[in-house]
Unconditional design. Structure first.
Length: 77
């Protein structure tokens, strides 16, 4: 893997994490999961795959874990 490819991959992972944490923050603040699904549709239409990946990860965790588990870093299995 070239240096440029590695940097692109790191940028991609950083964007996914950013959208994941933003979505988790929305959930923590009491926003309905449906709002995340609506945002997901918008990002899918824009073909922003990193945003979609982060939001989908947050939705999946929120559907299967408590916020306490998510905040304490317990990974989804």
């Amino acid at each position: 893997m070239t240096k440029e490819e590695l940097l692109r991959q790191l940028d991609r992972e950083e964007r996914i994490s950013e959208f994941y944490y933003l979505a988790i923050n929305d959930i923590d603040r009491g926003h309905p999961i449906q709002e995340l699904y609506n945002a997901l549709k918008l990002y899918e239409a824009e073909e922003d795959y990193e945003a979609c990946a982060g939001i989908k990860k947050a939705i999946k965790e929120a559907e299967h874990k408590t916020l306490k588990d998510i905040k304490h870093g317990n990974r989804f299995d």
